[in-house]
Design a protein around this ligand. Structure first.
Ligand code: RB5
Length: 154
């Protein structure tokens, strides 16, 4: 898979740790947070913007976004059409976000989980397939909702 990744300042060490692991796999990793590595405090929406745009425009298969809690990244990423960003913080949320929500962006909080745990969750999240069936119908409803709201604001 092609995976875009970025973080804000709070997530840069965890981001590097995840990149180190992903480069050992068959996945193609695109680091869109390089600028964060050399500067001080940055604004997480700027990085959510880059990764979520790539996912929304189907230029990558998945995105990973890391900030202090993962919450801000998740809020910002979900503004993009077709993006299903979820906060992943344990095995259950890693698995369910894929099985039921076909999440295409994984948001994590560098201040809420340690590096070792984060890697385990990323592995699980990448390996878990969407369950289809009734969940496809529900995702189609989210797509309809998105189109209706876009229509109201255009
Ligand atoms: C930065 O201090 C922090 O607000 C950010 O990393 C993130 O947790 C926002 O949701």
């Amino acid at each position: 898979m092609r995976i875009a990744i970025a973080s804000d300042h709070a997530g840069k060490e965890l981001k590097s740790h995840i990149i180190d692991f992903l480069t050992l796999t068959d996945h193609v990793v695109l680091d869109y947070g390089v600028a964060t590595d050399s500067v001080g405090s940055v604004d997480y929406p700027d990085y959510a913007d880059i990764v979520a745009s790539e996912v929304s425009n189907l230029r990558v298969d998945r995105g990973i976004l890391i900030c202090g809690t993962g919450i801000g990244m998740c809020i910002a990423a979900n503004k993009f059409p077709g993006v299903r960003a979820t906060l992943v913080y344990d095995e259950f949320t890693a698995r369910m976000s894929r099985l039921h929500n076909d999440a295409n962006v994984c948001c994590m909080g560098a201040r809420t989980i340690n590096h070792h745990r984060a890697l385990d969750l990323i592995k699980l999240w990448l390996a878990t397939e969407f369950e289809e069936g009734r969940h496809r119908t529900r995702l189609a409803k989210i797509d309809q909702l998105e189109k209706r709201i876009q229509g109201q604001h255009s």
